[in-house]
Design a binder for this molecule. Structure first.
Ligand code: CA
Length: 219
């Protein structure tokens, strides 16, 4: 899952990025509204953390512009404490959730998990496909009730495919959603990760749809 953080406070931006990386997300960052707006228009994010008070273009205007142009990714707004008018304006502009500053990082992470999950149509933190169970919190995976150990790259890949169960996911889509913009985007890398992941999962759990991509079938 690839997340965009738009926050002009350098320290806070860094803290958010580190916490998200720790959780296994791919992360891009922007420090002003214009840069953030551009990235959100051009890159496919699974969710965005967007500060309201930003230089050049404020967060509400960024969000309105995205929604006007049909970008539907979940957006979590960061608002100043006690500014109820910000919250109302933010929700009217198309925000999916908000957190008031100062916040606990855990709250941001929990709300983000919920947004990503809901956007993919899952109601709970556990996604179950056949004999494989993924607990989105903490990224635990088990097969037939037995825990298996995955690298962070394998976990990202499995998590993306399981969030989009039954859909055929192309290599390009995987590359776009699993890596930040600085990553060397070689589609062979994806094949290598899929190959390694397959060895840890039941036979045929991840199927290859020739010429189109990969798919996990629910039942
Ligand atoms: Ca700010």
């Amino acid at each position: 899952m690839r997340i965009l953080v738009v926050e002009d406070d350098k320290n806070l931006n860094r803290q958010l990025k580190d916490a998200l990386l720790e959780e296994g997300y791919a992360v891009d960052v922007a420090f002003d509204g214009e840069e953030g707006h551009f990235l959100g228009e051009t890159e496919p994010y699974d969710a965005v953390i967007l500060d309201i008070g930003l230089p050049i273009m404020d967060g509400i205007s960024v969000l309105e512009a995205w929604r006007r142009d049909g970008h539907k990714m979940p957006v979590l707004l960061l608002t100043a404490r006690d500014r109820w008018s910000d919250k109302v304006q933010g929700i009217d502009a198309g925000a999916d959730d908000y957190v008031a500053k100062p916040f606990h990082m855990e709250e941001i992470l929990a709300r983000l998990r919920a947004l990503v999950r809901r956007a993919a149509g899952h109601a709970s933190n556990e996604i179950i496909c056949r004999e494989v169970r993924l607990d989105v919190r903490g990224g635990r995976v088990s097969v037939d009730g037995k825990a298996i150990k995955l690298t962070s790259h394998e976990l990202r890949l499995l998590s993306y495919l399981m969030h989009h169960v039954d859909k055929v996911i192309s290599r390009t889509e995987l590359i776009e959603h699993l890596y930040d913009q600085d990553f060397d985007r070689d589609s062979n890398t994806i094949e290598v990760f899929v190959g390694r992941l397959r060895k840890k999962l039941p036979n045929d759990f991840i199927s290859t749809v020739r010429g189109l991509g990969y798919q996990i079938v629910k039942d």
